[in-house]
Design a binder for this molecule. Sequence first.
Ligand code: NAD
Length: 496
Amino acid sequence: MSKTFKQWQELAKGLKIEARAFIDGEFTGASGGKTFPCISPIDGKHLADVACAQSADVDRAVRAARSSFNSGIWSQISPRERKAVLLRWARLLEQHNDELAALETIDAGKTITDTSTGDIPCVVYCLEWFAEAIDKVHGEVIGTDPAFLGMVTREPIGVVAAVVPWNYPLLMAAWKFAPALAAGNSVIIKPSEKSPLSILKAAQLASEAGIPKGVFQVLPGFGDVGAQLSLHKDVDCLAFTGSGPTGRKIMHNAADSNLKRVWLELGGKSPNIILKDCPDLERAANSSAYGIFANAGQVCSAGSRVLVQRDVLPEFLQHLKTAAGNFKAGNPLDPDTTVGALVDEIQLKRVLSYIDKGNAEASLVLGGVRSAPEAGGFYVEPTIFSCADAKPAIACEEIFGPVLSVIPFDTNEEAIAMANASEYGLAAAVWSADIATAHEMGRALRAGTVWINCYDEIVDMNFPFGGYKQSGNGRDNSLHALEKYTEIKSTIMRLR
Ligand code: NAD
């Protein structure tokens, strides 16, 4: 049975928070006992002093990862054995669903409904999916001259470091560690300094599940830890989710060190196109509201630009206002809350500064204010701006908050041109009753995911996720993600 606000508050109050780093199979303080404060965005209160990894800790974690990899304790066991351990870990995560959800909510401000029924179940699903996949992917035998046998096999890369953001703290980590571990690598996770708690709890469960020492490690800390991992000569692959500027630095660091493989999942400014023959404007408005206000807009694939054909703009805006009214910022531990807190004061200021720009460059339709400042947390009301064209900063730049720009267009060609006029290419949507038109427009959109007559629906690990252009390279999820964490070997054997 689902819990009440009071029950979630009590559960949150009673949480035992693990705040140490997890290196070589044990929880440990950072060198020199360095810590940083972890503050809850719900009320600005102090949650824990978290180990702040230093360069000696990075070296220690990389050494442990290398040694576990070379020992073969994980990398050389059969895929079926790895699968059994990963499935055990998935069961433990599932059993601790509510505890992990509450940790995620108090640490990152996400609503408890999302974390308990979305984030954590999706982490379990992701881990199960890659565990189940790994004993079903095979190599190839190449047709050659009969005097030879030619094989193509996949091997783990070695030491994989993953640097992840705070908007889906455990899930973004799982998108990296699940395929990387399933493929036999040793993994180091560097969580965001804004949300380090859930992954530390997950590390404890990894140990209980039987992941060997050194195979899975967590280094909480700031950007310098990510930078050191990206510069480290003994890290073979760095998988990153976060902002474009950080992604650029990581690529530079890889080039300046050992040319490690770098995989980037970056930002977006995803267009959601409503054509005048949209089959159901009310549904499109509900979906558009969800596409930007879910997770308080802190979603890389948020539909932050809605492009609406001018003929239906007034009617669409009416529906959108009604739909947005169902989203209210409030305490994320309350199951009735639909918009939680922004992750911290920095993000709050960023979003409010974009709202100021919006007020100068466009017309405010809804929201536009900070809410409940007396609570001490970081809340912004769902905000909608109507723009005359696509030029305002709020219509072009990633805000990463609950701020939607609505932009009119006249022709389908104009809509595609506007949609593609972005450095990003993560996701896009088209709404039309004419499936041929919708499909043609979908083809023309330069984006890694295209939704037709829906937005951000279907959670299915079979779909690759990632971006065109400056939204990144490579893909998370699906069997394509496994390729990122393996090397391919051609073996040519003369038989006689
Ligand atoms: P960020 O780039 O500021 O930080 C991400 C991570 O990188 C953090 O762990 C941070 O400590 C670390 N970091 C900071 N400086 C570093 C450096 N110089 N070298 C290495 N690591 C460093 O991003 P953020 O604010 O945490 O996350 C928001 C961004 O993430 C948005 O742009 C969003 O679109 C993007 N994002 C993308 C996806 C996707 O799948 N494409 C998913 C979620 C978030």
